[in-house]
Ligand binder design. Structure first.
Ligand code: HEC
Ligand code: HEC
Length: 222
């Protein structure tokens, strides 16, 4: 994976964060050397499950499925996607008041530790809706996803992989706001992939895509 990300993102500073992961791998000979000894030198030394419970779960939910519609579900997100986003928040290239404040406090080790932990959280499907989804809107959303080739990157079941996020079963409000953010330029993205993907898609269609993606993988209505 590391080779793939360097090839894709070469010159970006995240390359250095990812690269350091290899350099940080527990090496007994480096223990106790200088400043490194003053703090946990590697993600392996810190229990990120516990830190997640203390620092992140209040917003993102203990299982990684948040209840708030504007707080993204992290369960089922690939570790590589998570680290790109934590990095963007920390560097101020993706902004959100709540999340930026948290990200600013994170070290490179934390970026790796939290994203590795997120990558271990199994996907949690959305709860069964009270009423079945609107069949016409679902059909339109599915057709738009085909037309704009969303699945070519996000996968047929929209479960993502590597640097591409899972969007199936994500909160609709969050999806809608972020698709609009890519379109307006408010969310630049780590690469141009999403800016290009939505550049020709009218905003009303983005909303339909959000409606559709949020319901992919949901159990039938109660
Ligand atoms: C005060 C609430 C809050 C806390 C605490 C919080 N987050 Fe977030 N997080 C958010 C919100 C809100 C967003 C979505 C921001 C947006 O819409 O751009 C977000 C986005 C994210 C994303 C990007 C998800 C995606 O699908 O793009 C990741 C990864 C993330 N948070 C990880 C963490 C981690 C790890 C912690 C703990 C160290 C944490 N968050 C703590 C509110 C919070
Ligand atoms: C060329 C590959 C590609 C295509 C095509 C593509 N995406 Fe993406 N998508 C990505 C990547 C990569 C990201 C991560 C954004 C970043 O770079 O920061 C992403 C992010 C997203 C997000 C943000 C999810 C989150 O958790 O914050 C949404 C929503 C999304 N895509 C929906 C779509 C939809 C809907 C389409 C079809 C109109 C689409 N994508 C087409 C690659 C793609």
């Amino acid at each position: 994976m590391k080779r793939a990300c360097r090839a894709a993102f070469g010159a970006f500073a995240l390359g250095a964060v990812l690269h350091a992961a290899a350099a940080d791998a527990p090496r007994p000979s480096s223990r106790g050397a200088g400043a490194a000894a003053a703090r946990p030198a590697s993600a392996a030394g810190v229990d990120y499950a516990q830190r997640f419970a203390g620092l992140c779960a209040a917003c993102h939910g203990a299982s990684g499925r948040s209840n708030a519609s504007d707080v993204p579900v992290l369960a089922g997100q690939p570790a590589f996607y998570a680290i790109t986003q934590l990095f963007l928040f920390r560097e101020g290239r993706r902004s959100n008041e709540a999340m930026t404040a948290v990200a600013k406090t994170l070290t490179d080790d934390d970026l790796r530790g939290f994203s590795t932990y997120i990558g271990t959280l199994p996907p949690v499907p959305p709860p069964a809706p009270a009423a079945p989804p609107d069949a016409a809107r679902m059909a339109k959303g599915r057709a738009l996803a085909q037309q704009h080739r969303c699945a070519s990157c996000h996968g047929d079941d929209l479960s993502g992989g590597q640097q591409v996020p899972r969007i199936g079963g994500q909160h609709e409000d969050y999806l809608r706001a972020n698709l609009r953010g890519f379109k307006s330029g408010q969310r630049p993205g780590y690469t141009q992939a999403m800016t290009e993907a939505v550049s020709q898609v009218p905003v009303e269609d983005l909303d339909l895509l959000a409606y559709y993606a949020a319901r992919v993988g949901a159990p039938a209505a109660r």
